[in-house]
Every structure is written in C-alpha cells, then in structure tokens.
Design a protein around this ligand. Structure first.
Ligand code: ASP
Length: 436
C-alpha cells in the first residue's frame, strides 16, 4: 500500500467514498456523514485553497524574475495566450456541433420541464442575481479589463475569486523586478525563491492527505445528491456534454503526442492525480497546486513555463466550461422551443469564450456565467433551473477537462521554447524514491 502510486491511492479513496456514501444513505447514517466525515473533506479543500494565493504570488514572481529579460516573457506569454484562445474556441465549437446534432433538449417532457423550472427556481434566481452583479459585456465592454486591475492588492488577495487580479499584480511585480538592476533586488529575489520552495513543500504535505480528503468529499456528495430520476430525465443533456468533454481529452492527448512526441499514456499517467482532484473538488483553483507539481515533476515541463502558464490557465483557460456553456445554452433554448439562427450560434461562440475566460476557478462558476450567454441570445436566464440538479456532477467532469487542458498547453508551450525535458519526480510524497 505504501508504495502504491498516488493516483491509485486517490482512486481507491474516491471509490471507498462513493461506497460509504451509498451505505450511509441506505442505513440512515446521513447525519453522521455530514457531521463527522464531510468536515474532513472541507478541511482538505481549505488546505488546497489556502495555498492558492501564496503559490500564485511566489511562483509567478519567481518564474518571471528568473526569465531575466522581457523578450523571453513576451515570447512565452504570447504563445500561452494564443494557444489558450485556440483551445477555448475549439471547445465551444465542439459543444455547439454536438448539441445541434444530438438535440438533447427536444426530448424533454412537458411535466419534467415544469417540475424542474419550478423546483429549482429559487436556486436559479440566486445565480442570476450573482451574474447580474458581475455583468460584464452589455453596458461596459471594457469592464473585463477594468476588473483585472485591483485597486488594492491586499483586498484582492482575500478571495480566491480574484485570482486574475492577484496574477496581474504578480506579473507586474515580476516585470518591474527584471527592470531594476540585479544587485538591488538580490535579497527580494532570494526571498521569493525561498517562499516558493516553502509553498511547494506545503503542497507535498497536503497531497499526503489527498486519498482521505477525496474519500470525505465524495461520501458527502453522494449523501447530498438529488434522486436518480432527475439524472434519467436529463440524461441526454448530460451525455451530450460528457461526449464533448471526452473529445477534448482525446484531442489534448493527440495534439500533445503530435507536437511533443510524448505518448498519451505518459501524459495521462503524469496528470492523473490532478485530474482526480479536479473531479473531487470541482475547482481548478484548489487543484492548481497539484497540477503545477505534476506538470513540472512528472511531465518534465521546466519551472519557468509551469509557473507562468498554469496559474494563468487555471483562471483563463477553461475548455470544459466552454463546451458546457455551448451545450447548456443550446439545450435550454431547445427545451424552451427557441430556434437559434446561425447568428445566435456565432454569438454563443463569442460570449461563451469570454464567459469561460471570466469564470472564476471555483465550483459552480460556470453556471453563473451561463446566464450571460443565455441573455446574449435572448433566452430567459431562468432556464438554468432546468440543469441545476445535475450541475454538480457535470461541474466535476468539466473541471477535469479545464485542468487537463492547462497541462496540455503547458507542454506545448514548453516544447515550443525548448523547455520540455524529462520527468524529475523527487518528492517523497509520491513514493517514487526508487525511480528518482
Ligand atoms: N468549476 C470549474 C473550475 O473550477 C468552473 C466551472 O464551474 O465551470 O474549473
């Protein structure tokens, strides 16, 4: 057991969590699970989230100041953003094609529709209100950029939802550091180098808890999940989305092996623990520490690229969320009987791309931004009530794709700038001593 690779331990933890959840539901242990098991999942999640802000600050500042000149930064930065936009667009188009071919919304019965709309109306309204607060595109097209620049960095760092603001500050700080003569910033640089090492060690320690953390998270999810009937009613929608997500995963493996020569097996073995955590936590931000560790140590991407590409990717590049926005928007339109024109579909491509970039890397962020996509094509936002019941499990799946996409792009960017090497697993947390 001790020498079992990490992904097996996490998988076993997940499976036992699900089994335990079902036993709890059938033996009246729901309350016990809520009181005594779920808190451990929450503690694990909090530990991961707690590391996110210091990790982003330390690794971005270290990563950028290591680059030593601005032209290298703009080379990596340009490629990263370019590839991220490309994968996002691909994801939206795949989602649109699938939902138009399969047409999951046309088979929904009238009573199911009414039940869902009524049953989840309150939840839907809450999300719509949040979306309206963050409304970006209609009245103020530049609000997206304005929101990226914090007016107070300490304030920005208090919420994981403001990740983009923290990233902006860290990049700006790193650039300024490159511009100041080296001897003047030597001590600041060694401070951030040291901080970075400490944060990475914290991640190693938290990962040790992962198998138990996912057990508690999944047991809690099973205990709190809605009845199976709803899944059946929305099965075609869920299936359409899952097919889209699977296509994205296959696409990453193919593109990575085409451009880097690394086999799909190598790619998935390296990234799997991060995928499993993404599934269990539904949060790219919470998974980020593990994603960074896996991509650097197990996929051979050099630190310079990892520390730049992945923190940005966690918030900006959400391909799973993009597929979801497209499928969900058209599904809701189909259920309501809207006939979407070509222009509407193009609008979805545009708004879904922006919405996935603007989504925070936290659970359920995607459904909030979906409101904006729906409004852009004139479909009532209350329609999100239709998909609410199955949103959590689908959020788990799309977060896996979000994280996998970031890892794939990190490999592509690294390859293109000559920074892709051999894996260098070195931490005792993975029990790879024999290999290292
Ligand atoms: N939960 C997703 C993530 O953190 C975002 C979403 O809701 O689609 O990547």
């Amino acid at each position: 057991m001790k020498n079992l690779p990490l992904h097996w331990k996490i998988l076993i933890g997940m499976a036992l969590g699900v089994v335990f959840g079902f036993i709890a539901v059938n033996t009246g242990l729901e309350d016990f699970t809520r009181k005594w098991i779920m808190p451990w999942g929450k503690i694990f999640l909090n530990l991961l989230k707690m590391i996110a802000v210091p990790l982003i600050v330390a690794s971005l500042i270290k990563g950028i100041s290591d680059l030593k000149d601005i032209s290298k930064l703009s080379q990596i930065g340009g490629r990263t953003i370019g590839i991220y936009i490309l994968t996002t667009l691909t994801a939206v188009v795949i989602g649109l094609l699938l939902v138009n071919i399969i047409q999951p919304g046309n088979g929904i019965e009238e009573t199911t529709r009414a039940n869902l709309l009524e049953g989840y109306a309150a939840d839907a309204t809450a999300k719509i209100n949040t979306a309206n607060e963050t409304e970006t595109f209609k009245d103020a097209p530049l609000k997206f950029i304005v929101d990226m620049v914090p007016d107070n960095i300490v304030g920005a760092a208090t919420s994981n939802k403001n990740m983009l603001q923290v990233i902006f500050f860290a990049i700006f700080f790193g650039i300024a550091m490159i511009l100041v003569p080296e001897e003047k910033v030597r001590s600041v640089k060694s401070f951030f180098d040291g901080l970075n090492d400490i944060v990475l060690k914290m991640i190693d320690l938290v990962i040790l808890m992962a198998p138990y953390g996912v057990f508690a998270l999944l047991a809690g999810l099973v205990v709190n999940s809605p009845s199976a009937d709803i899944f059946v009613a929305l099965g075609k929608y869920a299936l359409t989305l899952i097919i889209g997500l699977a296509i994205m995963i296959i696409l990453y493996a193919v593109v990575v092996s085409m451009f880097t020569g690394k086999s799909p097996g190598y790619f998935f073995k390296g990234i799997m623990p991060a995928q499993l955590l993404a599934f269990s936590t539904s949060s790219s931000a919470a998974t980020l520490p593990v994603t960074m560790e896996r991509v650097e140590e197990h996929l051979g991407v050099e630190k310079e690229v990892v520390s730049f590409v992945l923190p940005i990717g966690a918030t900006v590049n959400m391909d799973g969320t993009s597929v979801y926005q497209a499928v969900a928007a058209v599904f809701i339109a189909q259920v309501f009987g809207f006939d979407l024109s070509m222009m509407d579909q193009l609008t979805i491509v545009f708004t879904a791309t922006l919405a996935s970039i603007g989504s925070a890397a936290v659970p359920s962020a995607g459904i909030i931004m979906l409101v904006i996509v729906l409004e852009s094509i004139g479909v009532p936002a209350s329609g999100i009530a239709l998909i609410f019941a199955v949103d959590r499990p689908l959020d788990m799946c799309r977060t896996v794709v979000n994280v996998t996409g970031d890892a794939a792009v990190a490999m592509l960017v690294a390859k293109s700038v000559g920074k892709l090497g051999e894996p260098k697993p070195k931490n005792w947390d993975d029990h790879y001593e024999k290999v290292a």
